[in-house]
Design a protein around this ligand. Structure first.
Ligand code: G3H
Ligand code: 13P
Ligand code: ZN
Length: 307
C-alpha cells in the first residue's frame, strides 16, 4: 500500500476509541521490525523519525525504506517527523515524501507556538500532509513538586481548546504526566486521566501521548545479565497506557522500549556466540525483538485487526 496521511489513521482511531502506535526508526532493521510486527497484527502503524534520526539516516533514505516496506505490507502506514523543531526540517520532510510532520514549538510562549503551528498547517495541508503540535511540557515530573508546579508543566485544557481552534492542527500532543527516556519517574507514575478527558471534550481531535514506554523489567534484566549498566530505570505501566487510551489518547509514541529490547538482543547474541563475524547473526535477533515489542504495544492500544 502507498503511505497514507497520518490523519486518516488517527481520525478512524478517534471515532472508534483506540490508539495507533507511533514507533521511532533510524535504520533498516528497526523499520522492518515495526512494519513486520504491525502486519502480523493486521494493525495500522505510524513509523516516525526524529530530527536526530534524519541526521543519522537521511530523509530520502528513511522515505525510501518506509515506502518500499509499506508497499509490500498490505496495512496502512504513515510516515511522520517526530519533534520537528526546525522549520527547514519540516519543509525537507514534506518535500521528501513524509505524510505527517510534528511542529514542536512547545518550548515557545503560547502566542509564538500558535503562530508557528499555523504557518506549518498552511503549507502542510496544501501538500496533503498531517500536522501534530505540542502544548505543555513533556518532561520528567519528580515526586516532590508542588501541585502548582505540576500544573505549570501539564497541558491547560482552555489553552488547548484555543490552540486547536486557532491553528487548525490535526493532532495534539499533551503533557499528562509522562516523560521521555528510560528514567521517567522518581516515585510512582501518575497519569492525569481526568485531564485527558477534559482536553478531548474541549478539542474533539486525536490526542497524542509521548513518553509512553513501559521500560519492562524483564528486558532490563536481560540486558543487565549480558553486561548492560542500567540503574534507576522506570516507565509507564501497560495498564496506565490502556487507561489513557480509554480516556481519549489516539496516538502513543514508543521509542525507548524498542531501543532497550534491541540492545538486550544484541548483547545476548554477541555474548552467546563470541566467535560471530556475520552482522546478520546479531542484527536479525535485534530486529525480531523490535517486532515483538510492536506486537505487544498493539495489543495494549487496541489497534489489532483495524488495518
Ligand atoms: O522523543 C524522542 C525520541 O525518543 C527520539 O529520540 O532524538 O534520540 O532520536 P532521538
Ligand atoms: P519513550 O522515550 O517513552 O519511548 O517516548 C518516545 C517518544 O515520545 C517519541 O516522541
Ligand atoms: Zn516525544
Amino acid at each position: 500500500m502507498s503511505l497514507v496521511p497520518m490523519s486518516v489513521l488517527l481520525n478512524k482511531a478517534n471515532s472508534l476509541g483506540y490508539a495507533v502506535g507511533a514507533f521511532n526508526t533510524n535504520n533498516m532493521e528497526i523499520t522492518q521490525g515495526i512494519i513486520d510486527g504491525a502486519a502480523a497484527e493486521r494493525s495500522p502503524v505510524i513509523v516516525q523519525c526524529s530530527e536526530g534520526g534524519l541526521e543519522y539516516a537521511g530523509a530520502d533514505m528513511v522515505v525510501a525504506m518506509v515506502k518500499s516496506l509499506a508497499q509490500d505490507a498490505d496495512i496502512p502506514v504513515a510516515l511522520h517527523l517526530d519533534h520537528g523543531k526546525k522549520f527547514t526540517n519540516i519543509v525537507k520532510c514534506i518535500r521528501a515524501g513524509f505524510t505527517s510532520v510534528m511542529m514542536d514549538a512547545s518550548h515557545l510562549p503560547l502566542e509564538d507556538n500558535i503562530a508557528m503551528v499555523k504557518k506549518v498547517v498552511e503549507i502542510a495541508h496544501a501538500a496533503g500532509v498531517t500536522v501534530e503540535a505540542e502544548l505543555g511540557r513533556i518532561s520528567g515530573i519528580e515526586d516532590n513538586v508542588s501541585v502548582s508546579e505540576r500544573h505549570a508543566i501539564l497541558t491547560d485544557p482552555a489553552e488547548a481548546e484555543r490552540f486547536v481552534a486557532e491553528t487548525g492542527v490535526d493532532a495534539l500532543a499533551v503533557a499528562v504526566g509522562t516523560a521521555h527516556g528510560p528514567r521517567k519517574f522518581k516515585g510512582e507514575p501518575r497519569l492525569e486521566l481526568d485531564l485527558i478527558r477534559e482536553i478531548k471534550q474541549r478539542t474533539r481531535i486525536p490526542l497524542v501521548m509521548h513518553g509512553a514506554s513501559a521500560v519492562p523489567r524483564e528486558v532490563i534484566e536481560k540486558a543487565v545479565c549480558y553486561g548492560a549498566q542500567l540503574q534507576g530505570t522506570s516507565g509507564v505501566p501497560d495498564e496506565a497506557v490502556r487507561k489513557a487510551v480509554e480516556n481519549g489518547i489516539n496516538k502513543v509514541n514508543i521509542d525507548t522500549d524498542m531501543r532497550l529490547a534491541m540492545v538486550a538482543a544484541l548483547r545476548e547474541a554477541l555474548y552467546t556466540d563470541p566467535g560471530v563475524t556475520d552482522p546478520r547473526k546479531v542484527l536479525g535477533p535485534a530486529r525480531s525483538a523490535v517486532s515483538e515489542i510492536v506486537r505487544q504495544k498493539i495489543a495494549i492500544l487496541g489497534s489489532a485487526g483495524k488495518a
